[in-house]
Write a protein that binds this ligand. Structure first.
Ligand SMILES: [Zn+2]
Ligand SMILES: [Zn+2]
Length: 322
């Protein structure tokens, strides 16, 4: 099927975007329902080679497939310059680090795709490496060896014709720590749109007022091992990691956050001070600055700083005395 006109037209099968659905996932789902390929859609809305749909395609997608333009736009990544750096807006949050989002390398839970029939927006966050519902590590590769792309046969089917559920023999169970991190990310993404936090994850509740971007940066900072910090696997810190690599990072970060909160082995965390200081310096919101200050005060060996900061902030008190 070709587009009948240069303009987009309403298609026979229309639907609203789900509150937790990814914008490109919505486009692929609706293209599928209307017997269009992603290639046709991308050619029309961006360029023939595009593997992602730009933010500016939201009004056309809304017109074609019946969704609300504002809801589709918020589920598409919008990258732009702000104060000299490239930032990304997605799901009503701002991300200062491009690697925090994986637009071109989608990851997914094959069980969720089959059961719910749509791709979750949260999967576009690199560290959202586990499905909190099925408690498995997400996949970004089909059993055929291809990286999963938006440019595929359908939402559920790889270019090779296999359903992604057929790749489950390569699905790893999620680790406890990574699951807790992923549940916290879901919580921070939006209380209105995602499942509420469970009691089991309450050890991370001190981060409930933190921005999702600062929380992700904290996890990235604390996740890598000493060896990786030292430079022997620096590529992992800069490239888009596989969901499994991200899961190991999240799990390790969770261990270190628990040490931090409980006061165990805090001195060993001094190795991570430079990264943590840069996160504090870039923090924009008051809760982010307070939490980062209290973390630094906890790790730095100078007691007077900790005392001074603790007197001024109720959040520090809850972090350290709770
Ligand atoms: Zn799932
Ligand atoms: Zn395949």
């Amino acid at each position: 099927m070709n587009f009948a006109h240069n303009d987009t037209l309403p298609y026979p099968f229309v639907d609203e975007i789900f509150p937790d659905e990814d914008g490109v996932g919505y486009a692929l789902r609706m293209a599928d329902a209307n017997a269009l390929s992603f290639h046709q859609l991308a050619t029309h809305l961006a360029s023939p080679g595009h593997c992602y749909l730009p933010y500016t395609s939201a009004p056309a997608l809304a017109f074609m497939f019946g969704g609300t333009p504002e809801l589709i736009a918020r589920a598409l990544v919008r990258r732009h310059f702000d104060d000299g750096i490239t930032v990304a807006d997605f799901a009503e949050h701002r991300f200062l680090r491009p690697k925090h989002l994986r637009q071109l390398r989608p990851q997914l839970c094959p069980f969720c795709l089959l059961e719910h029939g749509h791709a979750r927006a949260s999967w576009s966050i690199t560290l959202m490496c586990c499905c909190t519902e099925h408690e498995v590590c997400l996949i970004d590769q089909c059993a055929c060896g291809r990286s999963i792309s938006w440019r595929r046969r359908s939402l559920l089917v790889c270019e090779c014709g296999r359903m992604f559920l057929g790749s489950t023999n390569s699905t790893h169970p999620a680790t406890k720590g990574a699951l807790a991190i992923c549940r916290q990310i879901e919580y921070l993404l939006g209380k209105a749109h995602f499942r509420l936090q469970s009691q089991l994850d309450s050890d991370l509740a001190v981060f409930d007022d933190m921005s999702v971007d600062t929380f992700l940066r904290l996890v990235w900072a604390l996740g890598p091992s000493r060896c990786e910090r030292g430079g022997c696997t620096q590529h992992i810190l800069h490239a888009i990691p596989t969901p499994f690599e991200a899961m190991l990072t999240a799990d390790q970060a969770h261990n270190r956050i628990r040490d931090l909160l409980s006061g165990r082995d805090v001195a060993s965390l001094q190795l991570w001070l430079p990264q943590l200081i840069s996160i504090e310096e870039e923090a924009v919101t008051l809760p982010d600055r307070r939490l980062m200050s209290s973390i630094l005060a906890r790790i730095r060996p100078r007691l007077p700083v900790a005392r001074r900061i603790n007197r001024n902030g109720p959040i520090q008190s809850s972090l350290f005395e709770g």
